[in-house]
Design a protein around this ligand. Structure first.
Ligand SMILES: [Zn+2]
Length: 125
């Protein structure tokens, strides 16, 4: 995973379990995980309900960070679509709901693009 200058990963989707071993966050997209993990030891690499359909593709991926970087374009596209649908390009006029919906569009756009890249099986480099 790509690291920040601080040494922390850019998208910290790990650990995927809490101290009691309960699933917390999806190893792939960062949404809420369910109790299906991909790793036999260490962090269980739990995945969400949507990413569980891509477990076989995920097992083949050695470096998820290149997919994550390519999936950022999905977040940008989704934010652009939201802003165009809203018809208001100056974000200072967005109320709290609009701000949250814009952020949700980015998160969903990222996750959807990441799953699409994995499903298509084409390496994004
Ligand atoms: Zn997921």
């Amino acid at each position: 995973m790509t690291k920040l200058p601080t040494g922390k990963p850019i998208i910290p989707f790990s650990p995927t379990a809490d101290d009691q071993g309960n699933p917390t966050i999806c190893h792939c997209c960062g949404r809420r995980a369910i109790g299906i993990g991909m790793a036999p030891k260490g962090d269980p690499a739990y995945v969400c309900g949507e990413c569980v359909l891509l477990v076989e593709e995920l097992r083949k991926v050695r470096r998820l960070d290149v997919y994550e970087l390519a999936a950022l374009d999905g977040a940008v596209d989704a934010m652009g679509d939201y802003i165009n649908a809203k018809g208001l390009t100056d974000l200072q006029f967005y109320d709290e709901l609009d701000q949250r919906l814009l952020a949700k569009a980015a998160v969903m756009g990222f996750a959807d693009r990441l799953r699409k890249l994995l499903r298509d099986g084409a390496a994004p480099f």
